[in-house]
Design a protein around this ligand. Structure first.
Ligand code: BGC
Length: 405
């Protein structure tokens, strides 16, 4: 039996574009059409059905919910803000508050307004100012009801997929652009961090808690050779810690939002910069179970990473952790395994404040479409029928009691 603290935050996370549906002014919407990828279309109709979904979350004893606001709805044209969209998100937050669910609000979760994409997206020199202006509008509207903010979701994943691997819009493949976009995102966070604190101070609201959601992989050397250990260390510094370090240097983090999914088994073929950064084991050494997308399931990696975060001396919130699978028993094993790992880290002194499963319901998994099923709640995309999965019920017992049997 494992017991978590009484005030632990329990819940799930989601992102606007993946659940709301009909986000026509977003760069992703246009890109889906242009590339012939599966279309996000109405997604889960969450824009209209949010009350229903939050009622389900309440029934599952969640006391926290992470959502994002869709920039392209709020500012569909450059400089023109939609009061209706802002009001919608106020209503959404209030729908959580009335159910005693703490909102965690993300300002940027992978999508951009088309107008920004046309200007050059996050590579544009004024992208930082545009993000700041947008953030300020949102924060002014939502501040009375929101304490936790995530400025930017997974900057390393966004920059690498969109600007290095070329698999997300705008499909570039340039290390220089990747670094430039990354630097702009760091600047954007720091400026937004300061502005949000200022807004709360001026309004005499209690201090907000602000972070990014940092994606981290457990980087495990295959055989413990010098090459592999050096590569694992380098990758950890680069992919897991670089942004956190930059934000800490600028005193712009109140907690660490951590997204954790999987392990990378590092096996470097030969000395070379590319090899050090990219080679993985292809020989199925140390095999573990995989999710439906073939990602390794590796709960112990979460404990290892949490221990590494201790040096930052900040509270940690698991802002995402989840599995896509057609076997719901595997989902529950995944959750239980990761909770056990978190608890181990907490016993070793890591201050973890909450756990948000990804995701409340099945949703649009970006370039992978609707195939992967991450949800605690099953969505029938033909009827929009919601069905609570068995794993969700088991998890709800932990949310209710704080005890994992
Ligand atoms: C992202 C989510 C995504 C999830 C599963 C995270 O990297 O923040 O938007 O759906 O992983 O791939």
């Amino acid at each position: 039996m494992i017991q978590f603290p009484k005030d632990f935050l329990w819940g799930a996370a989601a992102a606007a574009y993946q659940v709301e549906g009909d986000n026509r002014h977003a760069d992703w919407w246009r890109w889906e059409k242009e590339t012939g990828k599966e279309n996000s279309g109405p997604a889960c109709c969450h824009y209209d059905l949010y009350e229903l979904d939050f009622e389900l979350a309440r029934g599952l004893h969640h006391n926290v919910h992470r959502l994002s606001v869709e920039w392209s709805r709020i500012e569909p044209e450059k400089g023109k803000f939609s009061e209706a969209a802002l009001k919608h998100y106020v209503d959404v937050i209030l729908a959580l508050r009335t159910r005693n669910i703490e909102p965690v609000v993300t300002l940027h979760h992978f999508t951009n307004p088309v107008w920004l994409a046309d200007l050059g997206g996050w590579a544009h020199r004024r992208s930082v100012d545009y993000f700041l202006r947008f953030s300020e509008r949102v924060v002014r509207a939502l501040a009375p009801h929101v304490r936790y903010w995530i400025t930017i979701n997974e900057p390393t994943i966004y920059t690498s997929h969109a600007y290095l691997f070329g698999v997300w819009p705008p499909q570039e493949r340039s290390l220089l652009r990747t670094r430039r976009v990354g630097r702009n995102m760091i600047k954007a966070h720091i400026k937004a961090y300061r502005r949000i604190h200022k807004i709360y101070k001026e309004a005499s609201f209690p201090k907000p808690m602000i972070s990014i959601a940092q994606h981290m992989m457990a980087l495990v050397p295959c055989a413990p050779t010098l090459k592999n250990r050096l590569a694992a260390w380098l990758r950890h510094k680069m992919f897991n810690e670089e942004y956190l370090d930059a934000l800490c240097r600028n005193k712009a983090l109140d907690f660490i939002g951590l997204n954790y999914y999987s392990r990378q088994l590092v096996d470097v073929e030969k000395w070379g910069i590319g090899n050090l950064f990219a080679d993985v084991c292809k020989k199925n050494h140390s095999p573990v179970q995989k999710n439906a997308l073939g990602w390794d399931i590796y709960p112990e990696g979460l404990c290892d990473l949490l221990l590494k975060l201790k040096k930052y001396n900040l509270p940690v919130m698991i802002t995402e952790n989840g599995i896509c699978t057609s076997d719901d028993r595997q989902r529950w094993e995944f959750i239980a395994g990761h909770l056990t790992s978190i608890h181990k880290a907490m016993k070793a002194g890591v201050p973890v404040a909450g756990y948000l499963y990804w995701s409340l319901m099945d949703n649009f998994e970006w370039d992978k479409g609707f195939g992967p099923r991450f949800g605690l709640i099953d969505i029938d995309y033909k009827t929009q029928q919601r069905t609570v999965r068995e794993s969700a019920v088991k998890f709800s017992q932990v949310c209710k009691t704080g005890i994992l049997e």
